[in-house]
Ligand binder design. Structure first.
Ligand SMILES: C[S@@+](CC[C@H](N)C(=O)[O-])C[C@H]1O[C@@H](n2cnc3c(N)ncnc32)[C@H](O)[C@@H]1O
Length: 433
């Protein structure tokens, strides 16, 4: 194929596959699962094409509220065709946020309309996107006062944050719409933050220290570019997540349970901190394989079990644990910048369901903890039903539980508010008396 034609086909494929991915998410599917399926079906995609499809899909979902608000102004009547609507959203995203030439984006979108059998809509695609280019300022200005469009989050989500964080809700929403940082955890048995920063510098990777084991890269790189990654010198882990293993206060010889362990980021950190007898449980056997791969890279071993943390009769041998990490399933509302699909997939009522599941897991695990032992409850949520009120209710039910201070961490009563440095987490450290 002529080089120019080939290039055009590549651009069309990118737009077509990104639109299809956005459509699948809007139909209720998880973006990373959708993209995995796209890679499998289109095995010949070059790494740059994959990166572009990923970037456009993530970006469109990150700014979906705003893009929908703009699109609705540009349409005379509601557009029922979902594939076409997604193509227009993707085109608007590219026009507003990508560096590609505007005329090329519009031309491609028109051709993509034909490729996805929407040839009748060529005129509409052309008109909507060109109108956006002409009237951009006024269209964006007209969104003022429309919170769902201005903050690109569902209104119920914005309302919850406003109620719960009268001072921080806007900064949380803003951070959720940023690109996530790539942060590393240095295995301090093998290196140190200073030594690793020097290694990164020698490899022309700019970064800075965040505390005594975390290093934040100025720009994400693929892990194979990280010195010592395959030898376990570093792991990729958000700085907020790195508090978990430290707070758990593990000592050599302890029996430790990591009750919701996959993919094993915190499991590995615990093993870096002490020589413990560790059981890593997860209800998802496929995800548990990731724990196994992670531990292998880091040269650690643990007792891996597939099981439901809430149903101890199926997997527990009755011997009490000295430490339990309960990094429970949650709304993931604290890690939205890593998974922008979450904010559109969740429904307000899901939060209560998560809270119920968390309660069952917590109550079951509490029975497995030795007297004098500690349990760390963790969520990557910012919603208080899963966090503060979950903990308050737990302490009401369990008179033998005492909440311990989170030494060395700046939190809002256990809540780590997402910011430029770290994701959003909630931590509650409990001692059994
Ligand atoms: C927040 S993730 C854990 C992240 C992990 N601790 C890490 O740092 O890499 C929650 C995990 O809980 C698992 N899970 C969900 N329900 C569970 C249950 N009833 N029992 C055990 N694991 C469960 C999910 O499969 C998921 O892997």
């Amino acid at each position: 194929m002529h080089a120019c034609k080939q290039w055009l086909k590549i651009l069309l494929d990118i737009q077509r596959l990104a639109s299809a991915s956005v459509c699948s998410v809007l139909a209720g599917r998880n973006l990373s699962v959708v993209l995995q399926a796209v890679w499998q079906k289109n095995a010949k995609l070059a790494p740059q094409q994959r990166a572009a499809i990923q970037d456009i899909s993530y970006g469109t979902l990150r700014y979906l509220g705003q893009l929908q608000g703009v699109l609705d102004q540009l349409l005379d009547k509601p557009l029922r065709d979902k594939a076409l609507r997604c193509l227009l959203l993707v085109g608007l995203y590219q026009l507003q946020y990508s560096k590609a030439a505007s005329h090329a984006i519009v031309d491609n979108a028109v051709k993509t309309a034909i490729a996805i059998k929407q040839a009748h809509a060529k005129g509409l695609v052309n008109a909507v996107l060109r109108n956006f280019m002409r009237r951009k300022e006024s269209l964006l200005q007209a969104l003022e006062g429309n919170e769902e469009a201005s903050y690109s989050h569902p209104q119920w989500w914005i309302d919850k944050l406003k109620m719960q964080y009268p001072e921080h809700w806007q900064s949380i929403l803003a951070v959720n719409n940023q690109h996530p940082p790539m942060t590393l955890r240095i295995n301090r048995n093998l290196s140190s933050v200073d030594a690793y920063l020097n290694q990164l510098k020698a490899n022309e990777i700019s970064a800075r220290a965040l505390g005594n084991s975390a290093v934040k890269l100025d720009h994400p790189v693929s892990v194979d570019k990280l010195p010592g990654f395959s030898d376990g010198v570093v792991s990729v882990q958000d700085a907020g997540a790195q508090y978990a293993a430290t707070l758990l206060d593990v000592k050599d010889g302890m029996r430790v349970l990591d009750a919701c362990s996959a993919p094993g980021g915190k499991t590995a950190h615990i093993l870096e901190l002490a020589k413990v007898n560790l059981t890593a449980l997860d209800s998802d056997s496929e995800r548990l394989q990731k724990v196994s791969q992670n531990l292998k890279r880091l040269n650690f071993t643990a007792n891996l079990i597939t099981g439901d943390a809430a149903d101890t009769s199926k997997w527990w041998d009755g011997r009490l644990f000295d430490r339990i990490l309960a990094d429970v399933p949650c709304s993931a509302s604290g890690v939205v910048r890593r998974h922008p699909d979450i904010k559109w997939l969740r429904r307000a009522q899901d939060i209560l369901q998560f809270a119920e599941q968390q309660q069952k897991i917590l109550d079951a695990l509490w029975r497995c903890l030795a007297i004098g032992g500690k349990l760390l409850y963790v969520t990557c949520s910012v919603f208080e039903k899963e966090n503060g009120s979950q903990m308050a209710a737990f302490l009401e039910r369990h008179q033998d539980a005492q909440r311990l201070p989170l030494t060395g961490i700046d939190t809002l009563e256990g809540q780590l508010i997402p910011n430029e440095m770290h994701d959003g987490f909630y931590y509650a450290l409990l001692a059994k008396g």
